[in-house]
Design a protein around this ligand. Structure first.
Ligand code: COA
Length: 422
C-alpha cells in the first residue's frame, strides 16, 4: 500500500537529535525527507561519538534513517536560491537551529510566507518565543533542568543527591515527537484552509509537558502540606516543609506506590532488579504471592493509606521473597497474580530481546559503509502499515538527484560543485 505520508515533501534543516528524531518519524510513514547539510561536514552527529573511523557515527545513522541527503551552503547566493526554490515547492520546512540563525540566513517567517504561503515551518528552540531565555542555545540536559525533570528526579537527602538527569531524551527526541504531532496537525489544518503556518515547540515546554504529574503534586502540596504517596511520608515530614515537590527516588509518586527491588545477583549485576507496584486493588493477590495471608485482613495493611507507614517493611518483605530468584523468575511469579511489575532491562538485554526484534521495535539495517547497524524502529504500530527502516543517507548522497528533480541542469549542478555551493 502507499504510505500515508507519501507525497508530503519535507526540507529537513535539522541537526543533532531533537529535529532529526521528528523528521525520521515522518520519513518512516512515507514523507520524502530531504536533509539539507553544510558541504564538507554535514550534521555534527556524523562525526560525533564514532565507533568506526571515517564512517557515519551511530548517533547519526540511528536518527536519520529513511531520508535523502543533499549538501547546500545556504549562506551563498546560489545556495539561498536553491533553498528558496525548495521552500516554494515543498510542504514543510523543519529546523532546530540556534535562536535567530534562520533569520540571519535571510529566511524569516515573513519571507517564507512570501515564497510559499502553504508551507508549514516547524521549529524547535530551547525556550519558546518571547520567553526571557529565548536567546539561549539548549541541549538535552539543559532542557531537563529548565523543564522540571531534574528537580524532581533522583534522591532527596545526603551529599550525593543533587537534581538528576534522566538518560531518556526528554529534551531532544521527546520535543521532536511533539513537533511531529504539530506538523501533522498543521497539514490537516492546511487541507481545510489552504494555508501553512508556523509550528514551534520549545524543549522546555516539551519536558514540562511530561512533568505534568509533578506540577499536579506541587499544587496538592501547597494545598495539603504533604504528599502521602512520596517515600518521605510519614517518617520525614520535614522534606515537605518548604512546599517544593521533592525528589522521590524510585517512587512513582502516583496513586500506586512502587519501588525498585533487589533480586538474586544484585551484588554483582547492576541490573538484577525488578520494579514492583503495590497496586491498590491487587493487594490481596500480592499477599497470596508473598505467602502473607494475614495481611489481607489486618487493618494496618488493608488500605493504601494504612499501608503507607509500612511501605518500607512491605518492600523489604518482597525483597526477602525474591532474594533467591532472578529478576525474570520473580516477574514470572508475580505475573501469575496480575501484579504490575517488570525486570529492569539493560541495553544489552534490550538489543538482543527477541520480542522487540519480532515486532520491529529493534531492527537491523544494512548500510553502505558500515556494514549493518541496529536501530530502534517505529514504536507506533499500525494495522495497515509496517514502517520499513532504511539506511541513513551518506553526506550529499542525493545532491545531484534532488537538484535534478528541482529542474537544475547537469551543467548547473557541475558549477555548484565546482564553486562549493553543494
Ligand atoms: N549552510 C550554511 N550555514 C549553515 C548551514 C548550511 N547548510 N546549516 C547551518 N548553518 C549555520 C547557521 O546558519 C548558523 O550560522 P550563524 O550562527 O552564523 O548564523 C550556524 O550554522 C550554527 O547554527 P546553530 O544551530 O546555532 O549551531 P550550534 O552548533 O552553534 O548550536 C545547538 C547547536 C543545538 C545548541 C543550537 O542549534 C540550538 O540551540 N538549537 C535549538 C535547540 C535544539 O534543537 N537543541 C537540541 C539539539 S538536540
Amino acid at each position: 500500500m502507499s504510505k500515508p505520508l507519501a507525497g508530503i515533501r519535507i526540507i529537513d534543516f535539522t541537526h543533532v537529535q531533537a529535529g532529526p528524531a521528528c523528521t525520521q518519524l515522518l520519513a518512516w510513514f512515507g514523507a520524502d525527507v530531504i536533509k539539507v547539510e553544510r558541504p564538507g561536514a554535514g550534521d555534527v552527529t556524523r562525526s560525533q561519538l564514532r565507533d568506526i573511523p571515517d564512517v557515519d557515527a551511530l548517533y547519526f545513522t540511528m536518527l536519520n534513517s529513511n531520508k535523502r541527503s543533499i549538501t547546500l551552503d545556504t549562506k551563498t547566493q546560489d545556495g539561498k536560491r536553491v533553498l528558496e526554490k525548495m521552500i516554494s515547492e515543498f510542504d514543510v520546512l523543519v529546523e532546530n537551529f540556534g535562536p535567530g540563525a534562520l533569520d540571519r540566513m535571510g529566511f524569516t517567517w515573513e519571507r517564507i510566507q512570501q515564497l510559499n504561503p502553504k508551507l508549514i515551518h516547524a521549529s524547535v528552540k530551547g525556550f519558546s518565543e518571547g520567553h526571557h531565555y529565548e536567546d539561549l542555545k539548549v541541549y538535552e540536559n539543559v532542557a531537563q533542568c529548565a523543564g522540571g525533570a531534574a528537580s524532581t528526579t533522583g534522591w532527596w537527602k545526603g551529599e550525593n543527591s543533587p537534581p538528576t538527569i534522566s538518560a531518556a531524551a526528554l529534551g531532544d527526541t521527546n520535543t521532536g515527537m511533539h513537533l511531529a504531532i504539530g506538523i501533522l496537525t498543521a497539514i490537516i489544518g492546511r487541507n481545510q484552509t489552504g494555508k501553512g503556518q508556523k509550528v514551534a515547540v520549545s524543549m522546555q515546554d516539551a519536558v514540562l509537558n511530561l512533568c505534568r504529574v509533578k506540577m499536579r503534586d506541587q499544587q496538592r502540596l501547597e494545598k495539603i502540606g504533604y504528599l502521602e504517596e512520596y517515600p518521605q511520608y510519614p517518617h520525614e515530614m520535614e522534606a515537605f516543609a518548604d512546599k517544593v515537590t521533592p525528589r522521590g527516588g524510585n517512587a512513582g509518586g502516583g496513586g500506586q506506590p512502587g519501588w525498585i527491588l533487589k533480586c538474586k545477583g544484585w551484588e554483582t549485576d547492576p541490573n538484577a532488579y525488578i520494579y514492583f507496584t503495590v497496586q491498590g486493588h491487587a493487594w490481596e493477590p500480592i499477599c497470596d504471592a508473598l505467602g502473607k495471608p494475614e495481611w489481607k485482613t489486618d487493618p494496618a495493611y488493608t488500605t493504601p493509606r494504612a499501608r503507607q507507614p509500612h511501605i518500607d517493611e512491605i518492600f523489604a518483605t518482597i525483597e526477602n521473597f525474591i532474594k533467591d530468584k532472578t529478576k525474570f523468575e520473580a516477574v514470572d511469579i508475580f505475573r501469575k497474580y496480575d501484579i504490575p511489575c517488570a525486570p529492569v532491562l539493560s541495553m544489552k538485554e534490550l538489543l538482543r530481546d527477541e520480542s522487540l526484534r519480532k515486532s520491529g521495535s529493534i531492527v537491523e539495517v544494512p548500510h553502505k559503509t558500515r556494514g549493518s547497524y541496529y536501530t530502534i524502529g517505529s514504536p507506533i504500530k499500525f494495522s495497515d502499515l509496517k514502517p520499513e527502516v532504511t539506511a541513513s543517507p551518506l553526506l550529499g548522497e542525493h545532491t545531484d538527484e534532488v537538484l535534478g528533480e528541482l529542474g537544475y541542469s547537469k551543467d548547473q549542478i557541475a558549477t555548484f560543485h565546482a564553486v562549493g555551493v553543494v
